[in-house]
Design a protein around this ligand. Structure first.
Ligand code: PGA
Length: 263
């Protein structure tokens, strides 16, 4: 057994209104109230709401252990970047983490590795931690290019001008594009195969010790029904959940089932 703490990240994407937040948090806390007792294991929960709700979430979670994440952040600290989110302003709101390179950013908004790299450098410099998302499109999988795509997306981590020790503040989320929001999840074996590839790549190219400590999350149509099997894989350390995180009942169901068999 490794000592990587399981983590469950709710990615709310562009959903919810301000008024939805207090009720959601109250219900989630109630639903998770007995989870550590049931599983006997430690775990972490993060919520990534849309940016406009981060301040409200921060206030609601003031004395809670639930982590706060942003869904993107800018490639520099401040400046003339209309529509971007300053990583310093996120830090100011007591946001701990930022999701970068999500497939919706890559594919709908055409963010490329070079931009994601700049976003990552700026976030790390401001003291944020980063969830870097990687994942192949269906065509890559069908043509045997899954690992090649993942490797290209990971290669931004090879930059030697990131702040020292940055790997301790990075998690990778493997999200096959064909599984996001489609109801069709990767099989536990497909997920494990890619997670192993990611861990080995980090060990070989960057640092074996950090690779063994790094949490690698799976995302793509996670629901209470498949959370247990996916989380039972040895290199799956957590889940990034979109649709099923919008309702505290299904989100807590994912967490509870995901933690079963882990101790
Ligand atoms: P999904 O989204 O759970 O709705 O598939 C996951 C994600 O995009 O992070």
């Amino acid at each position: 057994m490794n000592n990587r703490i399981p983590i469950f990240v709710a990615n709310w994407k562009m959903n919810k209104l301000l008024n939805d937040l207090p009720d959601y948090i109250q219900k989630l806390k109630l639903l998770l109230g007995d989870v550590p007792l049931v599983t006997g294991s430690q775990y972490e929960v993060m919520i990534a709401p849309s940016t406009v709700h981060l301040q409200a979430l921060s206030l609601l979670l003031e004395n809670e252990t639930i982590l706060k994440g942003a869904q993107n952040s800018g490639a520099s600290k401040f400046g003339a970047h209309t529509g971007e989110i300053s990583p310093a302003a996120l830090k100011d709101l007591k946001v701990d983490w930022v999701i970068l390179g999500h497939s919706e950013r890559r594919h709908i908004y055409k963010e490329e590795d070079l931009l994601i790299l700049s976003r990552m450098r700026a976030a790390l410099e401001e003291g944020l931690s980063v969830i870097l998302c990687v994942g192949e499109v269906l065509q890559d999988r069908k043509t045997g290019k899954t690992f090649k795509t993942i490797e290209t997306q990971l290669s931004i981590l090879k930059q030697n001008n990131f702040v020292p020790g940055y790997l301790k503040r990075v998690m990778i989320a493997y999200e096959p594009v064909w599984a996001i929001g489609t109801g069709e999840n990767a099989s536990p074996q497909q997920a494990e195969e890619v997670h192993q590839f990611i861990r080995n790549w980090i060990a070989e190219k960057l640092d074996p010790e950090e690779a063994s400590q790094m949490r690698i999350l799976y995302g793509g149509s996670v629901k209470p029904e498949n959370a247990n099997q996916i989380m039972s894989q040895k290199d799956v350390d957590g889940l990034l959940i979109g649709t099923a995180s919008l309702d505290p009942v299904t989100f807590s169901g994912v967490i509870k089932n995901g933690l079963k068999n882990r101790s």
